[in-house]
Unconditional design. Sequence first.
Length: 153
Amino acid sequence: MGGSGNSNPPPLPDSSDLPDCSSPQVQLKVRSVQSSYDPGQRPEFVVTAVNSGASACKVNFGATAAVVSVIDSSGAHVWSSDNCPSNGNAYLLQVPANGSVSYTLQWNLRKSSPQCAELSGMGNAGPGTYEVKVSESGIGSSRGSFVLNQYGS
């Protein structure tokens, strides 16, 4: 997947009978842990599900469900968690009533393409301003931004 979790809460069993979260009760938010990263640093993103409802529900934070994407300043696709994920399993987390739960992932700076296609220009993302986006069917989407610095900046 090019991303990995960092001390995330343990997932619910796939057989959990907790209802699925949906909009407008639950909103997704995404943010970069830092506003900028020096060369060699791997950006970390925090995806948070915020529940404004009176009952708990579950969100699937799996790579192909809560899709995290990176887009460059020209709007071009750079990386997405659902491009050739190493683990496409569900990662169900409980979102408490009137509460929130967060999931952190790290991007390895490698560009990706759908169905693992090898395209020219693949490799690591270069310096610049990027947008990170999370989207999940039935819940919605959110965006944030971050910068990859050049050497010597």
